[in-house]
Design a protein. Structure first.
Length: 76
């Protein structure tokens, strides 16, 4: 299975909704009931996502600023 990969396209001052929307499923383009898990500590921070509807998994890569933004969201 190939894991789809994308690069996040949100700005660090975007609201949570937009940040979450940037993870949207590449198949059905929904972002409301995704399962996601941040891997934010590594050299190449990313978020692993899964759409329960399409049973598709993919990974979204973040730049360091976006990773910080995500870590903040994760904690709230
Ligand atoms: Zn989907």
């Amino acid at each position: 299975m190939t894991l789809l990969a994308d690069t996040a396209r949100f700005r660090t001052d975007d609201p949570d909704d937009l940040v979450r929307a940037s993870l949207a499923c590449p198949i059905c383009l929904r972002s409301d009931d995704l399962e996601w898990h941040g891997a934010l500590d590594g050299y190449d921070p990313s978020v692993e996502c899964r759409c329960p509807r399409c049973e598709e998994s993919w990974r979204v890569y973040l730049d360091p600023q976006q990773a910080l933004r995500f870590a903040f969201m994760d904690a709230s």
